[in-house]
Design a protein around this ligand. Sequence first.
Ligand SMILES: [Zn+2]
Length: 491
Amino acid sequence: MKQFVPAAAAVALQITTCLAHASHAEELLPVQIRAPSPAHFSELVANNTLDFGCRPIALPTSDGQFQLQGLLTRDQISWLHGEYSSGEFITVQETVLDKRQTSGKAPIGTGDRFSGGSVAPSGLGTKASTITIASILNVNEINSAITGLVNAYPGAFFKYNLPYTTFQGRTSVAAYTGAGADTSKYRLYLSAGMHARERGGPDNLIYWISDLLAANKSGSGLTYGSKSYTNAQVKSVLNAGIVLFPLVNPDGVVYDQSSGSLWRKNRNTRSGTSGSSIGVDLNRNFDFLWNFRKFFSSSVSPASTSPSSEAFYGTAAESEQETKNHVSIYDKFPGIRWFMDIHSAAGTILYSWGDDVNQSTDPNMNFLNATYDGKRGVTSDTTYKEYIPAADHTAIKRAADATVAGMKGVGSRSYVSQQAVGLYPTSGASDDYAFSRFWAKPGVNKVYGFTMEFGYSTNFYPTTTEFNQNILDTNAGFMEWALTAISVGLQ
Ligand SMILES: [Zn+2]
């Protein structure tokens, strides 16, 4: 039987040894790790060389346990089996979730289904339930879909080029709709495609916006499985003003779609030029406690300083062009009040904060207070907890719960809402950055930040059936999130 506290040193040492011998091209397999409590995983996730997806999340199981999903090499799996095979606390299963290996995964579109923008995308909420979408949008199609909406809804849907070209020289596009040409009137901001391998994220967003515009124009409502929305609700959501940045990381997505390598980061080669050393994790690159070695306890690793890590934080806060583009949207649309970043694959809605457990009693214990540098991120202690005003906590939890209820209401599967810190802290994430701006930059709007992790655990490449189900589930989730935002307040 493993003793958990004494095993910590051995865990770190043995995994380092494993990785030193693993080839960069080595296949990653979805793995399910079970234990009686989230705390049992703390030593495993503390070693940031293992890939636990966007962020490590312990989800409750139907038999009263908790499971942690990972993407591991054969060597790492063997090591885990050796380490925990006789343990009574942690069990490892490597085949149950191995959907990526099946031949039925959704193909990437070839060509351009929108013919350079002469055809507009059309979502699932305005179609018969028997109709499905056959393939995932390629990068060219994501851009032509946006052009198609501009052409189909002149004066109602706008696009513009973001100011920073990517490392490989691509121009990124953002769009806005619902509140006219005055960019100060936009309250909702959604982005997708930050982690390249999370297939279907941009599709979820583009097809939802397409549904809103089509239903608004025709005077109809929307239907996603067992969830339906009236035309009045559609108009209400559009009137809130929606900004969308559907493909944050085009370089990474081009690479992932062509290689099938489960690529997560961007393709910046300044810190590493081959294999896994290429690229920065954009969702650790935002200006929120970015320099984690200063701000967090030395016992946690909310990001990584190693270029070969999936969570490599870059060379400075906002060092990456994609991050700068993402942030620039708050300047162009200063009235943004609600933000959601669309990721996969866990089946969760995450709300603030992500750096430590929330508390609403001590406003001085907060991310700006240098007294607590070096103490943040240990979720099991009371030395530091992140401050959130009680009213804000109530509002964001209400929105997260409503979003989950909408996704469940489609009728296919279960989702859970939880605080982003969950099992383990993160630094430099887009959702925390959004919420932190109000305190870090005097005079800017308060933005509630959320992360949606749609999809099926660690299954970044969905089957065609799952891809379509994800569109239905997320689109109902977006509706509930937006309607709750309107109910809570947009000012
Ligand atoms: Zn992600």
